[in-house]
Design a protein. Structure first.
Length: 252
């Protein structure tokens, strides 16, 4: 990987210190929506936060990562909606053999017919084919998170796409699922907009609000560090109360 250029910051994340290698498994509906990835087939795996149609910033981030053919760029979903060109982001990911995305709640809204899918009619089959979870080794990538009150085998599709607070009705008031989650597996997630990315033993948060004028973030799983590029502009305003300091829970 090339070193970052001006305007890109890299910061270290905690290493996964678990000693037992546990492959994540689901039951029922989610088992069919779970994509298992052999990490030995890839030199490096990068996990990228919510792009939300920010195609220019995604191109900036990829220019920094410089992923090779044997690398894998794995997205936490929400490629579409809110930003300037969700179709361009979706087309880039689906046409790149070394890229894969799980579905986010915004892709699910198209699948469920909650929002018009006019620009996506010809790729609707691709949206439906997007997994709800992807795993490599003892790491799991989902859009939102998992409910720490239940075993992985007891999670629902809604949990993976929408989990934020526990209990769910608390929304951005928290406490957040990652505060009490004690894996395995280690979960990479987006959905909850963070003031900065963070990595603990069991959770890696990657939605740093690019569409809201902040940053687009990736995690380099080989180097165990974040790569971040700034947003070129604010595409959608977000109230500061709905941007979470991921370390504030430590002071609760």
């Amino acid at each position: 990987m090339h070193p970052p250029s001006t305007g890109v910051s890299k910061s270290g994340g905690s290493d996964h210190a678990g000693t037992t290698r546990t492959c994540p498994t689901f039951d029922g509906e989610l088992d069919a929506l779970h994509r298992r990835i052999d990490p030995d087939r890839h030199d490096t795996i990068y996990v990228v936060g919510d792009a939300h149609g920010c195609i220019d910033e995604l191109q900036d981030l990829l220019a920094e990562l410089q992923p090779a053919e044997d690398d894998l760029v794995l997205f936490v979903g929400d490629l579409v909606r809110k930003g300037p060109d969700g179709r361009a982001v979706l087309d880039l990911v689906r046409s790149s053999p070394n890229m894969l995305s799980v579905r986010g709640n915004n892709e699910q809204k198209f699948i469920d017919g909650e929002v018009p899918a006019d620009r996506f009619d010809d790729v609707f089959g691709y949206l439906e084919s997007m997994p709800a979870a992807a795993s490599f080794g003892d790491s799991l990538v989902v859009h939102a998170g998992i409910d720490p009150r239940r075993a992985l085998s007891e999670q629902s599709l809604h949990d993976l796409l929408e989990t934020r607070a526990v209990p769910p009705e608390n929304g951005y008031d928290g406490p957040f699922w990652f505060e009490s989650y004690e894996g395995p597996p280690r979960v990479f997630f987006g959905h909850t907009v963070l003031s900065e990315p963070f990595a603990t033993e069991w959770a890696v948060g990657l939605d740093t609000g690019c569409v809201h004028g902040r940053e687009l973030t990736a995690y380099d799983c080989s180097a165990r560090e974040f790569v971040r590029v700034p947003a070129r502009k604010t595409y959608q305003h977000r109230d500061q109360a709905e941007i979470v300091d991921p370390w504030a829970w430590a002071d609760r």
